[in-house]
Design a protein around this ligand. Structure first.
Ligand code: SF4
Length: 331
């Protein structure tokens, strides 16, 4: 992986074009992403540096600090990262991400992220200190390493993602899971999802977000490339024979989606399957505006941070009361 260092000219915190992140500042530490997922829409962005290259913004940490110092009102939380993964397996990227997250958390600003990467121990130690201010989402759609490698060649293995989930849970951060994107005829089988849900249920997971694959020309090309030696492409093509043209809830985002009837039936089926393992599901409203009316993410995250802060304050108050009422050895 070639890493190009570049100075960031524009603001580090940028508003998202995704309506579900309405008003939430976001940070992209890199342009391009080392994970090279076949379904990644960011690979079609105008600033995408090409496969095998990532652009790391070298001045992000100082720039973020000065931006925050100039703000009259600091954000409640910041989302990492709409166009790249914060935990790419590249030391320089991880170092930058760590400094950015530490800076935000030390200022009392919440950090929200979605990852398919390995979360290193130093991040877990950092999150442990600020667990009331961390909202984690882990993307995973299969426990089958071979299958995962075909669709997300450089992302963390399913085993490592389960390890992430355990490590986060152990420090009091219950991650939300994303089955996104589900690939028709490939990762949406009862066998595949049943074994994944079983292990997630045992790990204490309570909520899973669902979304099916959609196609844009670049995604179509990359999926064909990634799955060219398998029969999977045939199944995906068949499922997309009866596709619909869908406007996502982001500016100028039209995609080819699986037809409404298929998605409705499948989401219902997966929801019933998940229920057997004590897990609730929800459908991503930004990517399925014809199904889900609510754009849940932003309000869920806002509630998450509000609730955590309240719990933290209650705990702190209780803690100080207990401390005060304890007779001191020095009295
Ligand atoms: S991890 Fe996310 S940003 Fe990175 S390649 Fe995969 S889908 Fe794209």
């Amino acid at each position: 992986m070639k890493v190009l260092l570049k100075e960031r000219k524009s603001s580090v915190l940028s508003p998202s074009t995704l309506k579900c992140l309405n008003g939430t500042p976001t940070i992209n530490p890199t342009a391009g992403c080392a994970h090279l997922c076949s379904y990644c829409y960011a690979r079609g962005y105008s600033n995408y540096p090409g496969d095998g290259t990532i652009v790391l913004y070298a001045n992000l940490v100082e720039k973020l600090e000065s931006e925050l110092n100039r703000k009259r009102k600091t954000p409640g939380f910041v989302y990492f990262s709409p166009s790249c993964d914060a935990f790419q397996p590249v030391k320089q990227v991880l170092d930058t991400t760590y400094s950015l997250m530490a800076l935000l958390l030390e200022k009392g600003i919440g950090v929200s992220f979605l990852t398919k990467g390995r979360i290193p121990d130093r991040f877990i130690a950092l999150f442990k200190l600020h667990s009331n201010n961390v909202n984690a989402h882990v993307g995973i759609t299969t426990l089958n390493r071979q299958l995962q490698k075909q669709i997300e060649p450089h992302a963390a293995t399913p085993g490592i993602r389960l390890k992430n989930i355990r490590a986060l849970t152990q420090i009091g951060i219950l991650p939300e899971i994303r089955f996104d994107p589900l690939m028709p005829g490939l990762t949406d089988s009862t066998g595949n999802l049943g074994s994944l849900l079983k292990i997630l249920g045992r790990s204490g997971i309570k909520r899973v977000g669902l979304n099916y694959l959609f196609l844009r020309p670049i995604i179509n090309k990359n999926i064909r490339e990634g799955l060219r030696h398998t029969k999977a492409m045939e199944k995906i093509s068949q499922a997309f024979c009866d596709n619909v043209d869908l406007q996502l809830l982001a500016s100028k985002s039209r995609v080819k989606a699986l037809n409404l009837d298929f998605r409705q039936k499948q989401y219902k089926y997966i929801s019933l399957l998940a229920k057997q393992y004590g897990i609730k599901t929800y459908v991503c409203g930004y990517k399925n505006p014809d199904i889900a009316e609510d754009l849940t993410c932003n309000s869920i995250w806002q509630k998450y941070f509000d609730k955590k802060t309240l719990q933290y304050q209650l705990f702190s108050n209780q803690h100080s009361e207990i401390t005060i009422s304890q007779p001191s050895n020095h009295d």
